[in-house]
Design a protein around this ligand. Structure first.
Ligand code: ATP
Ligand code: MG
Length: 562
């Protein structure tokens, strides 16, 4: 198993830079302030988790703080449901913010900033339609054209902007634009929009506003209002940086600085709220927290731990260049943590009844099984053993084919923690299917005190029939069949894996499992790591497989390519 122990001693490139700034006296540890600025228009995903770990991690490392700021400047797509889920997810990941702010709290200040720029002759109200503005924008190689409204007087601009605020115009009728340079090589400096009219209800400000600031006129200003020292965002905002700086300089406000890193992409999934929302709305998945979703709430329901996600963020690291992180790295970080903490147990997902002909009827013996060989303090559980047990259908083959070393007629296997058994014959239903199998056991072969001298090639798991609990077990596979579902020039939903969920509703589990808290992680011997699903009840237990024990999938791929 690869060792993914995150080396906290090493620093990523942003941490190295900040370390230098601190050493040179450019900034003080206690004034270091980062922020995590989600737009409350969806649930957080694993890309956001990386950004959260980065922002909170930097503050923690250097003794600074992190704000949570909801970037709620678009009333149409935002909702309080998302605000609540975002807060729950960040806390679950193990982080606590210094302040909870909303860009909408700054609407009045931002409005004053806009007035200030109009007074300085640096902003104007434009009557051009969206199409006209687009057509005058030019191209990267050709400069744009000035709007016919660009040279309105300050007085006229102030009066029109006030009327915009009062709701005197329809949507799209007017915008406020910064007056920069229509020939600027950076297209973002060609008189960018600052405000647009939206007669929409905002989840916090209600109907107070009908003009809303654009991202570029809200984000940097919000950073500045909060005295954010390092505003860390993903690479696509690099081209916005000159504009970010331009507004701060012209407004002469606190000089927050922007830094970029590459988005986290993970193979075999999509990581965009817009696309995830489509999966939810079109009922391709069972909500934002479907265990196959790459959302934080999805992986939580699937059985991921906050530790494994934080470790993944650390091990995968951050980069200055676009890249895709291998899905297997995520799973292997999870395995590494679950191996340490999961309670070992036996469960049979596809039961086949075994009758031990030479085992006394009505006798039950209690066997000891270790709960977790990785734990520093050893604990054991009792498991019952008697004449009738369940094994996996897959562990039995009437007539063994070449290379099949588990149970078959005349063959022997060891039952984990118990005895060696030998299959004597098969009992069939009238339709030819197998009803149960009849075996004998070797009393002197008991685990831990085996004097039988019998050698077997396999050890299989089992569950005692008399006190087994019936449960539903859900096995998940990747949600998409291709490595980069959204890199193709086709609808990403075409690549949905139709076999991403398999349900076994007649699984048998040890009754011991009922004694644990709902979020306990289990290792079902040979089957993988599991957690109880949120809809699991005492009447109907449901378990989700978080991850398999080994990376079968890589092995499978290699086999296919041979
Ligand atoms: P999406 O495209 O999924 O909607 P977004 O960037 O629009 O993502 P925001 O809510 O605006 O989502 O993002 C909040 C913060 O999380 C931003 O600072 C953003 O840069 C960061 N972030 C979003 N997606 C990723 C990602 N895949 N990797 C790293 N950081 C991300
Ligand atoms: Mg966004």
């Amino acid at each position: 198993m690869p060792d993914h122990k995150a080396e906290k001693e090493t620093m990523n490139f942003l941490e190295e830079m900040i370390d230098k700034e601190i050493h040179s006296g450019k900034i003080k540890n206690e004034s270091l302030l980062t922020r995590f600025p989600p737009e409350p228009n969806g649930y957080l995903h694993l890309g956001h988790a990386s950004s959260i770990c980065l922002n909170f991690g930097i503050a923690k490392r250097f003794g600074g703080k992190t704000n949570l700021r909801f970037d709620d400047t678009n009333p149409v797509t935002e909702d309080t449901e998302y605000v609540d889920s975002i807060k729950a997810d960040i806390r679950w990941l193990g982080f606590e913010w210094a302040n909870e702010f909303y860009a909408s709290d700054y609407f009045e200040t931002l409005y004053e900033f806009a007035i200030k720029l109009i007074h300085a002759g640096l902003a104007y109200v434009d009557d051009s339609t969206a199409e006209e503005i687009a057509s005058m924008k030019g191209t990267p190689t050709e400069s744009g054209k000035n709007s016919p409204f660009r040279n309105r007087s300050v007085e006229e601009n102030i009066q029109l902007f006030e009327s915009m605020r009062k709701g005197e115009f329809k949507e799209g009728e007017k915008t406020l634009r910064a007056k920069i340079d229509m020939a600027a090589p950076n297209m973002h400096l060609r008189d960018p929009l600052m405000y647009r009219i939206k007669h929409a209800h905002h989840h916090r400000t209600g109907d107070k506003w009908c003009i809303y600031p654009m991202y570029d006129f809200a984000h940097g200003q919000s950073d500045s209002i909060e005295n954010i020292t390092h505003s860390i965002c993903t690479l696509e905002f690099e081209v916005h940086k000159p504009l970010y700086n331009w507004f701060i300089e012209k407004l002469n406000i606190y000089p927050s600085r922007q830094f970029e890193f590459a988005r986290r992409n993970i193979s075999y999934t999509v990581m965009s709220k817009r696309k995830l929302l489509q999966l939810v709305n079109e009922k391709i998945v069972d909500g934002w927290d479907d265990p196959r979703m790459p959302t934080i709430s999805g992986v939580r329901r699937r059985g991921y731990t906050p530790e494994s996600i934080r470790n993944f963020a650390e091990v995968a690291g951050i980069s200055r260049r676009e890249n895709v992180t291998d899905f297997n790295l995520l799973e292997s970080c999870l395995r590494e943590h679950l191996n340490k903490i999961a309670v070992r147990t036996m469960a049979v997902i596809n039961p086949l009844k075994v009758v031990l002909l030479n085992y006394e009827e009505h006798k039950t013996e209690i066997l000891k099984a270790e709960n977790n060989p990785e734990a520093t303090e050893k604990t054991y559980r009792d498991i019952a053993f008697s004449r009738e047990i369940f094994i996996e259908q897959d562990d039995f083959m009437e007539h063994a084919s070449e290379g099949f070393f588990r149970l078959s007629i005349g063959g022997m296997v060891r039952l984990k923690h118990a005895y060696i058994i030998k299959c004597e014959n098969v009992v069939k239903n009238s339709d030819g299917t197998i009803k149960e199998i009849h075996c004998t056991y070797f009393p002197e072969s008991k685990s831990g005190q085996d004097k039988s001298g019998i050698k077997v090639k396999s050890v299989i798991h089992w569950v005692n029939a008399a006190n087994a609990v019936t449960a539903e077990v859900r096995l998940y596979d990747k949600l998409f069949t291709v490595e980069a579902p959204d890199a193709q020039n086709e609808d990403f939903k075409k690549f949905i894996n139709p076999a991403s969920l398999q349900i076994f509703s007649n699984a048998k589990i040890e009754p011991n499992m009922l004694n644990y808290e709902k979020d306990e992680r289990f290792q079902f011997l040979r089957l993988g790591y599991f957690v109880e699903d949120k809809y699991s009840t005492s009447q109907k237990r449901i378990y989700n497989r978080a991850v398999t024990l080994k990376d079968d999938w890589v092995k499978e791929q290699k086999k296919q390519h041979k």
